[in-house]
Design a protein around this ligand. Structure first.
Ligand SMILES: [Zn+2]
Length: 124
């Protein structure tokens, strides 16, 4: 999925093809393709800014996932971070208004399901 206008609007950076490919595969294999599209981007020094990954909902209904650039050298951790963020997207409407941390029961249920179904087997 390539969203140049979306990326320009949010961070003036292109979506990462490899990250997008992993997200699409994850969506197809573990979410029945029901997740909204997401643009994956890497940002330098994101950890120093207090994040290692984050997800924002875009005006067009899709999402922007930003990962610290260091995940490029640690692809397994980067994929785990994308799975973490995919569960935020999966539970966005359930948690956005009631769970500020957004790591409550719906998100935990999603992550547990991914683990039990083998989505993390090659990553940890
Ligand atoms: Zn989180």
């Amino acid at each position: 999925m390539i969203w140049p206008a979306f990326a320009l609007l949010l961070l003036s950076a292109p979506c990462d093809p490899a990250g997008g490919q992993f997200y699409s595969q994850l969506n197809r294999e573990y979410f029945g393709n029901k997740l909204e599209a997401a643009c994956i981007q890497y940002q330098d020094h994101y950890m120093e800014a207090g994040y290692y990954a984050s997800t924002e909902k875009a005006d067009n209904g899709g999402y922007l996932i930003v990962l610290d650039s260091r995940f490029r050298e640690l692809p397994s951790y980067g994929k785990l971070a994308i799975e973490h963020e995919a569960c935020h997207i999966d539970t966005w409407d359930d948690t956005a208004l009631v769970d500020k941390q957004q790591h409550g029961p719906p998100w935990k249920h999603c992550m547990r399901r991914l683990a039990l179904e083998g989505a993390m087997d090659d990553l940890w």
